[in-house]
Every structure is written in structure tokens, then in C-alpha cells.
Ligand binder design. Structure first.
Ligand code: SAM
Ligand code: SF4
Length: 326
């Protein structure tokens, strides 16, 4: 698959639910409502769409959410996707808050998952509870350790928040690197109804880190939005994703499928098409492929994010990160 700007699209992020057992302040607010169960695609329907995308050239597939591990029977989907590995599909990955990862890690590893991204913004129990509105940090830490114990590569994603966790980055990095995990810092993006007033440009975090660490930018191409640094003191890697202060859209290689069957062409824009109706009205795989290719032709060149703003202020743009899967 290729879009109108010559970008090769071989990465699909699949959200299997918009529900979550946490309520991170930058992702949801108290009023965030979940879609009704009947709106959700069945796991079989999600698998059919994944197969269609694999047929179109998707080589990497990431299961996300909401929290993917709260979707009932999600292990079935991992098992099926694992069976597709080596037949066009090269990688099945997961993004999770890790509250249930200790339980799932062995099964995921068995299914062929090699890499897991875990959201971790703090190592302070009280701050974690505040950010997530009630979460138990110890479960997340157990989940990360269990995943490492099963041989899974773990990348820690940390959303940088002004006056919340900006001082903790050195501690998080040292902890993560000791466990063999990359740490990736992400700028808060203005999505849905969530708070975006904690925005802090990543450069300021990097400046602060540079006071104590030697950061050597690598030229590793990860096919993603992150820039990577090798940290000489820890031997680990630090990634930064700065959608607001540094655009990355020119290298975008991905599209996103929501749990209700909407295909979004850009995280930061509302453009999308509904594939659920196509599935349920009995369209053939080829007809659905044609729809996807037609949509891809209008994948936007770049996102609409504005620092400190909120997408919901824009016309018709109200999608929350929990619906799109990050
Ligand atoms: N529940 C899983 C998790 O937290 O990893 C997967 C879904 S979550 C929506 C995917 C990623 O989006 C997480 O790494 C989370 O930190 C990130 N995220 C959510 N809201 C965000 C925001 N407003 N700005 C930047 N990243 C955000
Ligand atoms: Fe849940 Fe992930 Fe959103 Fe946090 S970022 S509320 S863990 S979906």
C-alpha cells in the first residue's frame, strides 16, 4: 500500500476495545463514555480485517486499545495472528498499560509476540494513582518484569507532563535501562476531551537530561516517529516522539483501525472510513480492499495538532486516544 505522498504503509494498529481499567488524565476524563458492546467488532471480524490488511501488504500489526488486555478472549486473537507470522506478516506487537501483563505474558510469548510497549509515566505510587485516577503501580511493575522474564522486549512509553513527571525522567530511564527496556518520551497530544494543559516540549526534557547524561543521537531508522539516543552512562536507548514540536508525518507508515471498524488514516485528523458496515453487509474481501485503497489515496499529509490546544475544539474532531489506540 502506498499513499498519494509516496509513503509506504505496512503497519496497522488495531484497537480491540476503547475500554480501560485506568483513566489516565491525558487520555480520558470522568465523562469519557465507552461505545456500546454491539458497536464493537467481534474478534472474528477484527481478524478478517487483519487478514485483508495483511493481504494488502501489512507486515507489522500492533494490538492496542483502550486497554487491549481487558477485551474478553483477546488471547484468541493473538493466537490467530501468531499463526499468520511468516506469511507476509512479520511482527505482532502489543501496547498495554501492563496491569494484567503478568498473567498474559507467557501466552503472548507463546503466540509469537516479541515486543510489547508499556505505558509508564512514573515510578511514584501516589503520582501513578493520580495520573491514572486509581491505578496500582505494583501490578504494572510486576507485568513489566514478567514480560522481560518471558523474553519479551519491552519499550516503556512515558507521556511527558509539566509539573507532574518531568523531574522523574532520569529515575524512569535508569530503572528501565537496568531492566533492558528502551524508554520513549512522548509529548502530550491534544486528543478528545482529555487534559492537554500539561504540555511540555520534549526539548526541555532533553536539555535537563543532558545535564547528567551523555546522549548520543543514533541514526537508527525505526520506521516510526521516534528519534533515538544512546545513553552512554546506562548503555540503554532513549527515544523521543515530538509530534508538536517536531513534525514526523513525512515518514508515516501506518493506519489505524478502531474497535468499531473505523479506519483512520492519521492519528491527528478525523478522516476515516467505516469498514464495519462493509463487513456486515456481506461485501467480499476484494470489495473491502478496494475501499481501503481508495481511502489511502486521501491519507492526509500531516496532522492538525496544535500545542496546548485540543482536537475537540476543531470542527467535528472529537476522537479520544482511547478510541484510536495511540
Ligand atoms: N492502554 C494502553 C496503554 O496505555 O499503553 C494502550 C492504549 S493507549 C491510548 C496508547 C498510548 O497512547 C499510550 O502509550 C498512552 O500513553 C498514549 N496516550 C494516550 N493519550 C495521549 C495523549 N493525549 N498524548 C500522548 N500520548 C497519549
Ligand atoms: Fe487506559 Fe491507555 Fe488511555 Fe491510560 S492511556 S486511560 S491505560 S487507554
Amino acid at each position: 500500500m502506498q499513499d498519494a505522498f509516496g509513503r509506504r504503509i505496512d503497519y496497522l494498529r488495531v484497537s480491540v476495545t476503547d475500554r480501560c481499567d485506568l483513566r489516565c488524565s491525558y487520555c480520558m476524563n470522568d465523562e469519557t463514555r465507552f461505545v456500546e458492546r454491539k458497536e464493537l467488532l467481534a474478534l472474528e471480524e477484527l481478524l478478517r480485517l487483519c487478514d485483508i490488511f495483511i493481504g494488502l501488504g501489512v507486515a507489522k500489526l500492533r494490538v492496542t486499545g483502550g486497554e487491549p488486555l481487558v477485551r474478553r478472549n483477546v488471547e484468541w486473537l493473538f493466537d490467530r495472528l501468531g499463526e499468520r507470522l511468516g506469511q507476509g506478516l512479520q511482527e505482532v506487537a502489543l501496547t498495554t498499560n501492563a496491569t494484567q501483563l503478568a498473567e498474559f505474558a507467557p501466552r503472548l510469548a507463546k503466540a509469537g509476540v516479541k515486543r510489547v510497549n508499556v505505558s509508564l509515566d512514573t515510578l511514584d505510587v501516589a503520582v501513578f494513582r493520580t495520573i491514572t485516577r486509581h491505578g496500582d503501580l505494583s501490578k504494572v511493575v510486576q507485568g513489566i518484569e514478567a514480560a522481560r522474564g518471558c523474553g519479551l522486549k519491552v519499550k516503556l512509553n512515558c507521556v511527558l507532563m509539566k509539573d507532574v513527571n518531568e523531574h522523574e525522567i532520569p529515575r524512569l530511564m535508569a530503572w528501565g535501562h537496568k531492566l533492558g527496556c528502551d524508554l520513549v518520551l512522548i509529548e502530550t497530544m491534544p486528543m478528545g476531551d482529555a487534559r492537554s494543559d500539561r504540555y511540555l516540549p520534549l526539548e526541555s526534557a532533553l536539555d535537563r537530561l543532558s545535564l547528567s547524561y551523555h546522549l548520543q543521537e543514533t541514526d537508527e531508522r525505526t520506521n516510526g516517529p521516534a528519534r533515538y539516543f544512546r545513553v552512554l552512562e546506562t548503555g540503554g536507548r532513549l527515544g523521543v516522539i515530538a509530534p508538536l514540536s517536531r513534525h514526523f508525518c513525512e515518514t508515516c507508515n501506518r493506519v489505524r483501525l478502531t474497535s468499531t471498524g473505523r479506519l483512520h488514516l492519521c492519528l491527528g485528523r478525523e478522516d476515516g472510513i467505516d469498514l464495519r458496515e462493509a463487513l456486515r453487509s456481506g461485501e467480499s474481501d476484494q470489495a473491502i480492499k478496494d475501499r481501503i485503497l481508495k481511502a489511502l489515496a486521501v491519507k492526509p499529509q500531516g496532522h492538525d495538532f496544535v500545542a496546548g490546544g485540543t482536537l475537540s475544539a476543531g470542527p467535528g474532531a472529537v476522537r479520544a486516544m482511547s478510541a484510536t489506540g495511540g
